[in-house]
Design a binder for this molecule. Structure first.
Ligand code: SF4
Length: 319
């Protein structure tokens, strides 16, 4: 990792990297220039890990890019799916296993997110089972509406606000929303209008395993928490794994490429992911983020990583 750029997109595509100075200077004079279609390659050279601290500014410039009459490859199809299904995917069917005893109503909602429920059901079913085994009182929705994050980072704010309004209408029946996805947690806590509700992230509910575990684990911690005001979570999670009996592999933090799901500059996401997979060794590789888990699941074998992928819930639960 010694010589790797901490900014993942500058590491894999430096020619098309916009540094913070360029980003801020453009934002200061948005009425003095017009983006052209070719600019998308540079503007979308970002997976919103916020390591550089200007992820939101870059999302705002994407708004201008669209307002200047340009389009992002794949965005129209995604918006079509949002209008039809309320998710970025061509269908909105949850593929998860719901533990029998979860009550139909509760003051607490476990909001899992569309990537979690549709693309990685095992990760999400394990998270559900884990929370249920904790004896927590919570419920889930039969069908979720996307938090809107893919539209937010694309700059498609009209469609984003529509989803936001639908979720706010759903959330008014709850006192607390626990998020499984850090992107949902980000927009709910940082961009959704304030309301009388408490938002929490799944890492708050992780505890050491009840039975002694063994093996070495490499952990993909979350840029979306580390770079958005929750840098302490990584250390807490490592401690929980160590107190369960695991040895923590010394994997320095770097983005996995999964900060925006798999869209826009997928060539950049592929390069970041393949580089990152090479950092993992030991018996297991794990994470508590659906986006990172999807990346690890897709690129682990391609990168020839020997560590076995096991989500954190499966590592901490009694099998
Ligand atoms: S937010 Fe992350 S991916 Fe985006 S430009 Fe900054 S460092 Fe690169």
């Amino acid at each position: 990792m010694k010589h790797r750029d901490k900014y993942p997109t500058r590491e894999v595509d430096p020619e098309n990297f916009l540094d913070n100075e360029e980003i801020n200077s453009m934002l200061e004079r948005t009425d003095e220039f017009t983006f052209t279609q070719e600019d998308w390659v540079r503007l979308l050279n970002c997976v919103h890990c916020n390591e550089c601290g200007t992820s939101e500014e870059r999302a705002r410039l994407n708004q201008k890019f669209l307002q200047d009459g340009n389009t992002i490859p794949g965005l129209d199809a995604m918006i079509h799916n949002f209008k039809k299904n309320g998710t970025p995917y061509h269908k909105n069917e949850m593929r998860i296993t719901k533990p029998e005893g979860i009550p139909a109503s509760s003051d607490t909602l476990f909001f899992m997110g569309c990537l979690s429920t549709i693309k990685i059901p095992r990760f999400t079913s394990n998270a559900l089972e884990y929370l249920y085994q904790q004896g927590l009182d919570f419920t889930i929705l039969d069908k979720e509406i996307c938090c809107g994050y893919p539209l937010y980072v694309s700059g498609a704010m009209k469609e984003y606000r529509e989803l936001q309004a639908r979720n706010l209408d759903i959330f008014k029946d709850f006192k607390k929303v626990i998020c499984l996805c850090p992107a949902c947690f980000f927009v709910f806590t940082q961009d959704y209008p304030e309301m009388d509700i408490e938002y929490a992230f799944i890492s708050d509910y992780l505890e050491p395993a009840k039975t002694e575990k063994s093996g070495s684990v490499g952990v993909q911690h979350l840029c979306q928490l580390k770079n958005r005001g929750y840098p302490h979570v990584a250390g807490n999670v490592d401690k929980i794994l160590m107190n369960s009996g695991y040895d923590i592999e010394p994997v320095p933090h770097w983005c996995c490429g999964g900060g925006i799901g798999y869209m826009h500059r997928t060539d950049v996401i592929d390069k970041i992911a393949m580089k990152r997979m090479g950092d993992f060794a030991g018996d297991y590789m794990t994470t508590y983020c659906p986006g990172c888990y999807w990346i690890m699941k897709r690129f682990r074998k391609r990168a020839g990583t020997s560590a076995r992928l096991k989500d954190i819930f499966a590592l901490l639960m009694d099998s």
